[in-house]
Design a protein around this ligand. Structure first.
Ligand SMILES: Nc1ncnc2c1ncn2[C@@H]1O[C@H](COP(=O)(O)OP(=O)(O)OP(=O)(O)O)[C@@H](O)[C@H]1O
Ligand SMILES: [Mg+2]
Length: 222
């Protein structure tokens, strides 16, 4: 059993949106198991269940109306933008969340973290098979290439907590496999993984080694 301070604690979180004058309860008193360093946690649920909203609450993109979210034992609302940016990285289906379309592949990597060596940038480009696209704008990459770039940015930044919101849903099987290998590699290097996915094989494999799956329905964790 790992008794260290959890990386992520989610307690009784509720989030409301207003839409066409109506109020929608997107998250209703949600809590999950604490997530500790190096662990995997999975979240599943139908469209509109509230999965992405939970990640938006963790990254402070939406306000929570009650409950609390702590990162390393500290309420996320007490963290500076810089601290939050250094610790958490979100990769969603929308590549603009994690890469800058108007920058080249190389620039995306160079700006991911200060003082990176030439070799680490070169390795990141080679590993994601983007050598021929080094000077191309990220917005001109395919969806799969851009997600592999995003994973390299997470690696170079030495992200502590990686939030994956169905990042490989639109990828072909070869790129999905490559993406998953990179996630496994990041985890082996100590990154904690919170994964929204419908990949039952992956979930079953990780549940075998102690990971947990949460299901969310109509904003409630069931
Ligand atoms: N910006 C917004 N304004 C108003 N309502 C929103 C907003 N974003 C999401 N919602 C609503 O909140 C609910 C939860 O949405 P959310 O995007 O979290 O679902 P999801 O589980 O990620 O779905 P999907 O599987 O389609 O990605 C839905 O009813 C959605 O319509
Ligand atoms: Mg979503």
């Amino acid at each position: 059993m790992n008794y260290s301070t959890p990386i992520l604690t989610i307690r009784n979180v509720s989030v409301y949106y207003s839409k066409y004058g109506n109020t929608i309860k997107a998250l209703d008193n949600c809590s999950t198991r604490d997530l500790r360093s190096g662990e995997w946690l999975f979240l599943k649920g139908p469209n509109g269940a509230g999965k992405s909203t939970l990640f938006k609450a963790i990254t402070r993109t939406v306000n929570i109306s009650s409950g609390s979210i702590e990162l390393n034992g500290k309420n996320i609302h007490k963290l500076s933008n810089r601290e939050l940016f250094q610790k958490i990285f979100l990769i969603s289906q929308n590549p603009d969340t994690s890469t800058v379309g108007e920058l080249t592949v190389e620039e995306n990597l160079v700006f991911s973290s200060p003082r990176l060596s030439h070799t680490s940038i070169k390795n990141a480009i080679e590993y994601s098979q983007l050598s021929n696209h080094r000077h191309h704008l990220a917005k001109n990459l395919s969806g799969g290439q851009r997600q592999l770039l995003a994973l390299q940015i997470a690696r170079l930044r030495k992200t502590k907590l990686l939030l994956l919101d169905e990042p490989f849903a639109a990828l072909d099987p070869a790129n999905e496999k490559k993406g998953l290998e990179l996630v496994e590699q990041l985890n082996m290097d100590g990154v904690t993984i919170f994964f929204i996915t419908h990949d039952d094989d992956l979930i079953a494999k990780k549940q075998h080694s102690g990971s947990e799956l949460f299901t969310i329905l109509n904003g409630k964790i069931i």
